[in-house]
Design a protein around this ligand. Structure first.
Ligand code: ADP
Ligand code: MG
Length: 341
């Protein structure tokens, strides 16, 4: 495995990926498209949708259908809505299997595949442990016995899926599925699909740190996306031009609390049920947002060495990792694409 290390190191606080304001720099000059752009809050985060189209009405419509699609998926997948399909699966844990829509089923199946790929680093059964930490709520460190009790409830290998009946069964009462680590990337994929169907020639869907770009972009530049420094407010570590692909960042710097000088953040290591300690941020670039989002979380847990080894094995997947000491590690396929801010 080749690991490139630069000297970016120990710095302080920051957030996620940022679409650069000059995000349309690469459009073909021969037929300048119109640009429609709007931002709304969905899935607990700021969602920005940009559409390029030959006609302003088509672009505006494409933006609207993207937001409609994201709202629809939120109703289907969010586990804080008691009426969502996944909430029903969770409510029936230990009792019976629940039939779900094709989309919910597909997302759960893909999530389990990513769990396999990351040796359980990415784990959609972690819900009870995420709840116990409540990093954005109570902000309490759960005690050892509490976490020990939860271990039997977070075993993703015990989730039973029936492909023919399209059902999901959680065999133990108290088990829960939580797709928070992959749902935004999935929503970005689906939003792009409906935008294309609505006639958009290109565009970007950004759900906070989950971004997918598509369409009429020049070979050279694409949509520039800046990757934020995990510790230095307002600083970028580099810029990547996106061409028909997705980028997703998982970091320890957006949702966390500190106690006695220790940072407790929202990405848990399923093996210890403690916040994962190998990285400050993991950015994954892949063809689809579901893969990019699931892998960023899973690789964050695996840590820089095992995580980068996995990236180098997976075709079409690249990563930029900032490890716990602040060292930058870049996968071999993207080194010549990551440019200085
Ligand atoms: P975000 O963009 O919201 O930060 P991430 O892709 O970084 O999303 O995933 C973080 C979310 O995933 C957490 O808020 C939690 O709901 C869930 N999560 C935390 N740890 C894991 C894990 N090891 N595997 C799967 N999901 C996780
Ligand atoms: Mg993720």
């Amino acid at each position: 495995m080749k690991i490139a290390q630069s000297t970016i190191s120990h710095l302080v606080i920051m957030v996620l990926i940022l679409i650069m304001p000059e995000g349309c720099a690469g459009i073909r000059p021969s037929s300048p498209p119109t640009i429609s752009k709007r931002a709304q809050m969905h899935m607990g985060t700021l969602v920005t949708v940009t559409a390029l189209a030959s006609d302003k009405d088509i672009g505006d419509r494409a933006v609207q259908v993207a937001f409609d699609e994201i709202k629809r998926l939120e109703q289907l997948l969010s586990t804080w809505r008691p009426d969502s399909e996944l909430s029903q699966v969770n409510a029936e844990a230990g009792r019976r299997s629940v039939q779900v829509s094709r989309e919910t089923f597909e997302l759960v199946v893909r999530s389990l595949e990513m769990a396999q790929l990351t040796h359980g680093g990415f784990n959609i059964a972690l819900g009870p442990a995420i709840e116990a930490w409540s990093v954005t709520g109570r902000q309490q460190i759960p005690d050892g016995p509490t976490l020990e009790r939860l271990k039997s409830l977070v075993d993703w290998t015990s989730i039973q899926i029936d492909k023919t009946a399209r059902t999901i069964y959680l065999p133990h009462k108290g088990m829960r599925i939580d797709v928070g680590g992959v749902g935004k990337g999935y929503a970005a994929d689906r939003a792009v699909e409906v935008m294309k169907r609505a006639g958009a020639e290109g565009g970007v869907v950004a759900l906070s740190g989950d971004v997918k770009a598509f369409g009429v972009l020049s070979e050279r530049s694409g949509f520039p996306v800046g990757i934020r420094h995990p510790r230095e407010e307002g600083m970028l570590i580099g810029i990547i031009d996106l061409h028909d692909e997705a980028i997703s960042t998982a970091g320890d710097y957006e949702r966390y609390f500190e106690q006695d000088g220790v940072r407790y953040h929202h990405i848990l290591d399923p093996h210890t049920l403690q916040p994962a300690r190998g990285c400050q941020s993991v950015t994954v670039i892949a063809k689809d947002g579901t893969m990019a989002d699931g892998l960023d979380t899973g690789i964050f847990v695996l840590g820089p060495e095992e995580g980068m080894a996995l990236v180098e094995r997976l075709p079409g997947v690249e990563a930029i990792i900032i490890d716990v000491k602040g060292y930058l590690v870049v996968s071999s396929g993207i080194r010549d694409r990551l440019r200085a801010p």
